[in-house]
Ligand binder design. Structure first.
Ligand SMILES: C[S@@+](CC[C@H](N)C(=O)[O-])C[C@H]1O[C@@H](n2cnc3c(N)ncnc32)[C@H](O)[C@@H]1O
Length: 261
C-alpha cells in the first residue's frame, strides 16, 4: 500500500484539481444560485436518446430528431434570452440558454403526444417553455395538448407568460398537493419537480394517482436523490427506469429523469 500511495495521490489530485478549476470558473462566470443550467456531455445526450427510445418504444433516430428539434428552436432560445435580460431577477440567471435533461422531457412529450401534462415546480419557467414548445409542435401536427404548471411562488413562471408558449400553459399558484387535488382533467404525463423532499415527492405521486388517464407516464426530477418513484411504480404495477445526466463543464454532478409507466 505504501508503494502505491504516490500513484493514488496523483490520481485523486488530478481529479480534484479538475473539479476545483471547474468550480472556480463557475464562481466567476455564472450567476445562478440554484436550479443550475448546463449542457449535457455528448455521451450523456446519447444515453438520454436511448433512454427515451426504450421508454416510448420509438426508434432512437426519431428521438434524436426531437432532441435536435428543441436545441435548434431559435425562436424559443431568443425569447428566453430576451425575457431573462429584462427580468427583475436577471442578476441571478445566466444569459446562455441551456436545457440539460429538459430536452428529454421535450422528446417524451413529442413521442407520446399527451393531451394534458402536469409539471409541479416551475421556477423561472424554463421547463414549462420546453414542454410548451413540444406541445405546440404536436398541435401543428394535429395533436393539441396543454401543460398545467404548478408552483407555490406567485413570481414563478415569468418565462412562460409570453405567446405562443403561454397559449398552452396554465400556471397555477399554490401548494402542489392542493393544486393536484383540484385538477379537473385527466393527466397523461406528470412531472414532479417541486419540493424535492422525499415526503413531498411521495405525497404528489399519491395525490395524482386518481387523476391519471389510462397509460399515463410519471416522471420525477428527483431520481438521483430518492427511490420514491421506483417504490410507487412497484406498488402500482408499473415499470421503472432512471437516467442520470452528466453536465458538461460544470461542478454540479447533475440530476436525472426517473420514469414510471
Ligand atoms: C427546481 S424548481 C423547478 C424547476 C423547473 N421545473 C424547471 O424546469 O426549471 C422548484 C420549484 O418548486 C417550487 N415549490 C417548492 N415547494 C412547492 C410546493 N409545495 N408546491 C408547489 N411548488 C413548490 C419552488 O417555488 C420552485 O420554483
Amino acid at each position: 500500500p505504501v508503494a502505491a500511495f504516490p500513484k493514488r495521490l496523483a490520481r485523486v489530485a488530478r481529479h480534484d484539481a479538475k473539479v476545483l478549476r471547474t468550480s472556480a470558473r463557475w464562481l466567476v462566470t455564472s450567476r445562478e444560485h440554484h436550479n443550475y443550467t448546463y449542457e449535457l456531455t455528448k455521451l450523456s445526450r446519447h444515453h438520454l436518446a436511448w433512454f427515451v427510445s426504450v421508454v416510448c418504444d420509438l426508434p432512437v433516430k426519431q428521438v434524436r430528431g426531437y432532441l435536435d428539434e428543441i436545441e435548434s428552436d431559435d425562436k424559443l432560445r431568443r425569447h428566453i434570452e430576451t425575457a431573462i435580460a429584462g427580468a427583475a431577477r436577471r442578476g441571478l440567471a445566466d444569459k446562455r440558454v441551456r436545457y440539460a435533461r429538459r430536452i428529454g422531457w421535450y422528446a417524451i412529450v413529442r413521442a407520446t403526444r399527451p393531451t394534458h401534462v402536469v409539471e409541479t415546480g416551475v421556477d423561472k419557467g424554463l421547463g414549462s417553455c420546453v414542454l410548451a414548445a413540444a406541445l405546440l409542435r404536436n398541435a401543428a401536427e394535429g395533436h393539441p395538448g396543454r401543460v398545467t404548471s404548478l408552483d407555490i411562488n406567485p413570481e414563478a413562471g415569468y418565462l412562460a407568460r409570453t405567446a405562443p408558449w403561454s397559449e398552452v400553459v396554465d400556471l397555477v399558484i399554490g401548494d402542489s398537493i392542493a393544486s393536484i387535488a383540484a385538477l379537473d382533467r385527466p393527466v397523461d404525463l406528470f412531472l414532479h419537480d417541486s419540493d424535492h423532499s422525499r415526503a413531498h415527492e411521495k405525497r404528489e405521486f399519491e395525490a395524482v394517482e386518481t387523476k391519471l388517464a389510462p397509460g399515463a407516464i410519471l416522471l420525477t426530477d428527483n431520481v438521483t436523490a430518492t427511490n420514491v418513484l421506483a417504490e410507487h411504480a412497484e406498488r402500482t404495477g408499473r415499470r421503472f427506469l432512471a437516467y442520470r445526466e452528466t453536465p458538461a463543464n460544470h461542478w454540479y454532478p447533475g440530476d436525472g429523469i426517473g420514469v414510471a409507466w
